[in-house]
Design a protein. Structure first.
Length: 476
């Protein structure tokens, strides 16, 4: 039989009748109630504030318990057809995340005065798992007079989504790293920031304590963009150049000579900046191939997802892929992932001579076995579903130590990596940060479509990589 909701109408209702439910109070309950009610009292939602409040941790909104009482009244006793008239409750003890409460309502009296709809008063009691009374009081209701028996309505599943939450934690992690290591915010050359987004992203990162921006580019255009956006540039130096090409060359020269610790892309084409970065004589190359890593906050996954290389190496050969993998591993270490799990992606899971990416994946795994790639667990070839879904891997009979839990996704080429990252961002509501690695200094390479928060998260990546690396890598 279908799950039914059935009431107790006036002819069936008696003093002493009782009904109850039991519910565990979770973090999701706390956040859902805050979202629905708009009540963001810090006693309910702010751990730092609540730590100094009387109960020393966040507590449930009182009306959460009242809503459970309403649940019992409306679905069990008297049930469907009940009309609330009034309620008097006393809140006697806090409810904390993890507590289990039992809600009980008991018919205390019934008023059947002729000529008036029948009424009832029900005593309401909420207790916790220690049998302490949390809420007590009475509710007055109009009692339904007709029998109601209905199938329980199927409700959509509630899923709390907070896009960008893991990237925000990354920003906090970077700030904590600077504080613990006694480092100053990174002196960063911001290249050709001649629009509000690139200016705002750099200044937001400065206000967050991540960078100290030095704006490099046409001074008149930078100042005009700042004025149009009501941005105060007075605290920040500007190094004037004639145009964007000159700005890229000068910023790279400043990084190469140690005048700045990082380079950040402003409003210019990626190719223009990377031409200066990759110049063999005057750029920022090291003994490793340069690559790009997207760090992606995918809603619903526990950790950050690293995807490479989506911006620099178009058709990487095996030697280049080795460096792409090692660069991504090094960044994962900087983010605090001690042993990253690296999935080498292809269209299939078996080595197939007709699909070159499967051969490269197998070779990279063997290179890791021989110590040519270090600091991670590699597996491949793996199709994307097996890398991110343990269930898909089990269905296909794939026994892999990283199936469903890959931290790093290495695509076979730039096109695949770029499409993967942007599909996650634009179809999956993921938030994306990015960094160029394998260079003398970190290069923050954001899209011109990125909002300031993405640029700030990318600055956090640069801070963490710089702190983890310590020394500048050997240059060619």
């Amino acid at each position: 039989m279908a799950d039914l909701i059935e009431n107790r109408p006036f002819p069936e209702l008696h003093v002493g009748d009782t009904a109850s439910l039991t519910r565990n109070f979770t973090q999701d309950d706390l956040e859902t109630f805050a979202l629905m009610s708009g009540d963001v009292n810090p006693a309910h939602v702010d751990d730092a504030f609540a730590a100094s409040a009387p109960f020393h941790k966040v507590v449930a909104h009182g009306m959460w318990s009242a809503a459970l009482i309403s649940n019992v009244l409306g679905t069990q006793l008297p049930g469907p057809g009940t009309t609330y008239l009034g309620q008097v409750l006393k809140f006697l003890a806090p409810v904390f995340v993890g507590d289990t409460v039992r809600v009980t309502v008991t018919v205390a009296s019934i008023d059947a005065t002729p000529g008036n709809p029948p009424r009832a008063t029900l005593h309401c009691l909420v207790t916790n798992q220690r049998n302490e009374t949390v809420v007590a009081g009475d509710a007055e209701v109009l009692v339904p007079t007709e029998k109601v028996q209905r199938p329980r309505v199927h409700l959509p599943q509630l899923e709390l989504r907070d896009p960008g939450a893991k990237l925000r934690k990354l920003i906090d992690q970077a700030r904590d790293t600077l504080a613990k290591t006694g480092r100053q915010p990174m002196l960063t050359a911001v290249v050709h920031a001649v629009d509000a987004v690139s200016l705002g992203g750099a200044i937001d990162a400065a206000r967050a304590g991540l960078v100290r921006p030095v704006f490099v580019g046409p001074e008149a255009r930078i100042r005009a963009a700042a004025e149009a956006a009501n941005i105060d540039l007075s605290p920040y130096p500007i190094v004037g150049t004639e145009h964007s090409h000159a700005a890229a060359s000068l910023a790279v020269s400043m990084a190469r000579s140690g005048k700045v610790q990082a380079v950040m892309k402003g409003s210019l084409h990626t190719d223009e900046l990377m031409h200066a970065v990759l110049d063999g004589a005057t750029g920022l190359r090291t003994d490793r191939r340069v690559s790009h890593v997207f760090v992606i906050d995918v809603v619903g996954r526990n950790g950050l997802q690293l995807v490479s290389d989506a911006a620099i190496n178009v058709l990487p050969d095996l030697a280049t892929k080795r460096d792409i993998v090692q660069n991504a591993i090094d960044l994962a270490h900087a983010l605090g992932i001690a042993t990253p799990r690296v999935a080498l992606l292809s269209a299939v899971e078996m080595v197939n001579p007709n699909i070159p990416s499967t051969i490269d994946a197998a070779a990279l795994c063997k290179m890791a076995d021989r110590g040519q790639i270090t600091g991670a667990i590699l597996d491949g070839p793996l199709a994307f579903d097996n890398a991110v879904s343990a269930e898909a891997a089990r269905t296909k009979g794939i026994n892999s130590p990283i199936a469903g839990i890959a931290d790093v996704l290495i695509a076979p080429n730039l096109e695949a990596a770029n499409m993967l990252a942007k599909q996650l961002e634009y179809l999956g509501e993921a938030k994306v940060a990015g960094l160029v690695v394998g260079t003398r200094v970190p290069v923050v390479l954001t899209s011109r479509a990125d909002l300031p928060d993405a640029r700030m998260a990318s600055c956090a990546l640069a801070v963490l990589l710089d702190a983890a690396r310590g020394a500048i890598p050997r240059a060619v």
